[in-house]
Design a protein around this ligand. Sequence first.
Ligand code: SF4
Length: 439
Amino acid sequence: MSKTYYIETFGCQMNEYDSEKICGLLNTEGYVEISQRDQADLIIFNTCLIRENAENKLYGKLGEVKKVKRLNPNTIIAVCGCIPQNQEIREKILTKYPFIDLVFGTNTYDQLPELLYDITQSQKKIIAIEENSDDLIEAIPKVRKFHHKGFVNIMYGCNNFCAYCVVPYTRGRERSRNRQDIIDEVTELANSGYKEITLLGQNVNSYGNDLQGSYFFPDLLRELNEISGLERIRYMTSHPKDVNDDFIAAIKDCNKVCNHIHLPVQSGSSKVLKEMNRKYTKEDYLAFVEKAKREIPNLSFSTDFIVGFPGETEEDFEETLALVRQVRFDAAFTFIYSVRPGTSAGKREDQIPDTIKHERFDRLLKTLYPIFESNNKACIGHDYTVLVDDVSKNKPDYLTGRTECHRLVHFKGDASLIGQVVKVHITKARTWYMEGNLI
Ligand code: SF4
């Protein structure tokens, strides 16, 4: 009988994509994925270290599976991803949860079949971590979550060392994938019916900087735009220090590159941005947004904010609110700052008290939400192309999808439309979504 596995993924799209590869490797080995965690022969947690919340979630899950391991000692419990890359936390979880059988990192998941073989042979705990690998792991089979949209990694790692972030320590320095490997992967997806791809990287705009050539992210966008069958190109995440006129021109010229930019600003105070080591000022950010909106019709902007970075004053925070009002973002991921192990910001003594962080966080949301709603309301009465993703979770006769500018749309329709690009006339708008009628 086939062995079964259960996988749970925390964190960003990069982890989601790594999980698709882990599933691909396991399926090739004859394992079958199941959704009942406690019945699986192998339980994998693909972890995230970027916020304290994600770390605490893992501890909760490990507490739950302790009982599973006690009832069935043959179940293999594995922890992988960013958390094990940090030595201090890795040692902490191995001490606190001694029943974990396998720990592997972001540079060793391709070794999973051999690691599982070794565990069954030796019956011993295995820890497979490579601290700083320059290797690019290619040619891994993937189990893709969707059949109409998919992720494609274009680079790994990050060189930026933002003061609050662990990624350069967990995923190493920037490594761009070979251009032809990316083109081949996207072409293969388009040939298999995929309509949308999202190019992934911690900082996609620095694609090519490490290749010592003259081929950069805008060149890649232009080349991918020529692939027939493909309809939409997205990318995550862009860094404000690396955006430039070529980038704007590529979005403007390429009809398949979506008119949506996710550009994390983090703070509206140039002083805080400097202390975060972000390498741009509030003025740089605003100048880019203004130029991009002027050049690209109907461009939507989303962003990330961190509230309560060490040393953030009331005046700094007011500057963030002022920037929100000026840019009028269409969506945002908002985070309360939390100390991350090994980061320079985590060592600062001027941490902001929790009560102030929460109070500022609430004020940020109160400023953002009416803007999101008002931006969505401006779409009422207009028609949008929507890539249909799924049946609505709340209303079974409704479908959900995204416009090119990344707005979420619900509308009545048949499940046979999933994966199709359709036109929807918008009739209602709320803070997080719009509703409409299929045309
Ligand atoms: S750009 Fe900054 S926040 Fe983003 S992954 Fe790199 S270090 Fe972290």
